[in-house]
Structures are given as C-alpha cells and as structure tokens.
Design a protein around this ligand. Structure first.
Ligand code: GLA
Length: 423
C-alpha cells in the first residue's frame, strides 16, 4: 500500500485542475456576441419564396441578400449597429453533392455561397447562414445530421460569421448532445461563428425541461418560444411568454449568451406604428437579438426611425447584458424594467417601458413614483423619454412621474443614476 505524500497530492491536484480546465474549454468560449447580435434575417418577411421566375425581386436568391446588404449600409442601419446579413431556410439544393457537401441552389445562388459571403464582407458586414440539426430543415432541405463536422468546415470555408441551427426533423432528447457537439465542431474550425440554437424550444414542445446552464455555455443565443408571425397578436403572445416565464428565462441571458424572442417584424404589414414602437421597446428591455425581417427597399420612414432609434438600441446593447423583467401587470397596463449602466455604488440606471395593452381607444395615464419602480438612489436619476426626446431633468425616489400611453403603445424612459445629491 502506498502512502500519499505531499508531492503525489500536488500531482493529483494538478491533474484534477487540468482535467477540470479542459472540461471548461469544451464549452463555446468563442468570445462573440458580447452584446445581442444585430442584423437582418430573411425568414419572417420573405419565407420560402423560391419562385424567382414569377417573383424575381422577392425570392430567396443571392440578389435579395446583396440588395439588403447594400441598403443596410446606404440607409444607415449598419452604422447604427445592424451588421449581420443572415440567410434563413430554402437556400439549399434538395440534395447534397457527390462528396456529401452542401450545395446552394444553383439557379438562385449562381455564384455560390463564398461569392455572396465576399460581397457582404466587402461592405463591412457579416454573413449568417441557416441549417438544421435534424435530417431536414423545417422546409425540407438537407439537414446536418451525419455531416456535422464537414458542414462546420464548409461554413468556415465560406467565411460564415453566424450559424442558425434549427431543430426540425430531429430528436429533442438528443439535442443536449447534438447541439453541444456541433458547437464544438464550429469552434474547432478556428473561424469564429456566432451559434444560434433552437435547442430549448423543441425540447419544451416535447415536454423536456431544457438544461439552460448547458445551453448558455454552448450557444450564443437560442429560441425559447414560437415563431413570430406578422401580427400584433403574435407579438403580444411572445411578450406574455417572456413575462410569464421570466424567472426561468431571464437569468440565462448575459454577455455572450442571449434569449431570442425571434425577429423584429417592424415595418411589415401587421403592426401599427404604436405596436411597432412597443415591439422595439420590449425587445430592448429583453436584451434580445435585434434581427430585422423587413423589406428595406420599401419600409416607411416612421418604421425606419423606430429601428434606428439609437437610444433604444443602446438599451438593448447595454454592456451589463442584464435581461429586463415585467415588474407590474394589472388591467392591461404593464411596466417592464431593465437595469443598465452606469451603476453608482449599489444603484443601477434603468430603462423603463410603460405598455398599454388596452384597446379602449383612448390613451391611459400611468402615475408612479420612482421608488415604486425600485429606483431608490437618494442622489436621484436623470430621466428622459427615449422616443419623444423629452428630458425630465433630475428626479428623486419620491417624485411621481405621470405618462400617457396610447392603446397598444409604449412610453419608454431611461433613468440614469446620479453620483451626487443635486441640491
Ligand atoms: C422554423 C424556425 C423559423 C424559420 C423556419 C424556416 O420554423 O423557427 O425561424 O427558420 O423554421 O423553415
């Protein structure tokens, strides 16, 4: 029998440390998405329109992505932070090539994916692609299963910056293994790629409780809930899901890993101006990825202004990366709050969204003290309205603020914590 001397003990501790360090290194650790990704994604607006013969301007084709890339730059979206141009489903041929490789549709992407990637990069933007963990994508194109490693290398060779991996035609109970494995394959290529997962949503639908600590260590963002549709009802449904389940969902967000309530539908057919402002405000409070899915050729100026509201973008992109919460809900009135920087001692600054879900035709007054909102720094807060550009000056915890919120609309304030008592 061997006695364990201190040298051996040190060796054992060393081996233990090395193995636990290498365990940590199996996680994503790609250093990306320190703030929620921003860009443009084709799905909600352009779906699986493959009919380039009859609808050449709207079909999923290289031309569509080139045009959107050009407009992101020329219309000022890129300088506001929207940097990813992301392809969704329906870019593939229905069958893989003879060597098992993924092939883009040769008619709709005649120059291939690398040429499109180069086009997008030449404009200072980043390139995102879509695939599916299962046998097929949701629209029935080849999935990655059985080709995980070679597909990851294919994406790297195309200089892809962002991969959305969907979960149709896959086994939800196999996703803990499969999604993390594909993340490791992406990492092993050496090409940094944001990894967007649909891992939790498919598990939730299958009655499986997702392992969010595993998900947040392997994915940069993930879908929790239903696909967004072009309607206020759909936006409300998502808002309710994130509010009702916030205790489980919100703590999983932070720099490098985000909940994804799905695309922004602002500027399409289904939302009024007020409702579009509400979607943008709530997505910013949720620290959501800001992925526009809209026709940038025809978007009306008032909707464009919402998407380019830099003060609200800054709330979404706040470096603390704290997902906000619904802090009040009663008779159709909701208040959502997100801690943001700067922070003074224990006092955060906040973005506050007052939402009116009532439809009785007249704006509703909401009146509340800062203290009731949890703002208790006696040095006060500089309060401004982020849509109306009104500066309320320095307000104190006992100050009552009164806002008038339009039906299905929002008032969004920022309260910046003060350092010194202002007398
Ligand atoms: C799923 C996803 C959508 C979209 C479609 C494409 O429904 O949730 O976001 O990618 O597949 O087929």
């Amino acid at each position: 029998m061997h006695a364990i001397n201190s040298k051996m003990l040190n060796q054992i501790i060393y081996i233990y440390l090395i193995s636990s360090l290498s365990a940590v290194c199996y996680c994503l650790e790609n250093g990306l998405a320190r703030t929620p990704p921003m860009g443009w994604l084709s799905w909600e607006r352009f779906r699986c329109n493959t009919d380039c013969t009859n609808d050449p301007y709207n079909c999923i084709s290289e031309r569509l992505f080139q045009v959107m890339a050009d407009l992101l730059v020329s219309e000022g979206y890129a300088s506001a932070g929207y940097e990813y141009v992301n392809i969704d489903d329906c870019w593939l041929e229905k069958h893989r090539g003879p060597a098992g490789q993924l092939l883009s549709d040769h008619k709709r992407f005649p120059n291939g994916m690398k040429a499109l990637s180069d086009y997008i990069h030449a404009r200072g933007l980043k390139f995102g692609i879509y695939e599916d963990y299962g046998n097929y994508t949701c629209a029935g194109y080849p999935g990655i299963i059985g080709y995980e490693e070679s597909d990851a290398h294919q994406f790297a060779a195309w200089n892809v910056d962002y991969v959305k991996l969907d979960g149709c035609y896959a086994q939800p109970y196999d996703m803990d293994r499969g999604y993390s494995e594909f993340g490791r394959y992406l990492n092993s290529t050496g090409k940094p790629m944001v990894y967007s997962c649909s891992w939790p949503v498919y598990q939730i639908y299958a009655g499986i409780q997702p392992n969010f600590s595993a998900i947040q260590s392997h994915c940069n963002l993930w879908r929790n809930y239903d696909d967004i549709q072009d309607s206020w009802a759909s936006v409300e449904n998502i808002i309710d899901y994130y509010g009702n389940n916030q205790d489980i969902i919100a703590p999983n967000a932070g720099p490098g890993h985000w909940n994804d309530p799905d695309m922004l539908i602002i500027g399409n057919f289904g939302l009024s101006y007020e409702q579009a402002k509400t979607q943008f405000a709530v997505w910013a409070i949720l620290a959501a990825p800001l992925l526009m899915s809209v026709d940038l050729r025809t978007i009306r100026p008032e909707f464009k202004d919402i998407l380019l509201n830099r003060k609200i973008i800054a709330v979404d992109q706040d470096p603390l990366g704290i997902q906000g919460r619904r802090i009040y809900k009663h008779k159709g009135i909701e208040i959502w709050s997100k801690p943001i920087s700067p922070v003074y001692q224990i006092y955060y600054s906040y973005a506050i969204a007052f939402i009116n879900r009532r439809t009785d035709g007249t704006p509703s007054d909401i009146s509340v003290t800062l203290k009731e909102l949890g703002l208790i720094n006696s040095s006060g807060y500089r309060v401004e309205d982020l849509y109306e550009n009104v500066d309320y000056g320095i307000l104190y915890p006992h100050t009552k603020i009164k806002v008038k919120v339009n039906p299905s609309g929002v008032v969004m304030l920022k309260a910046e914590t003060q350092y010194l008592k202002n007398v």
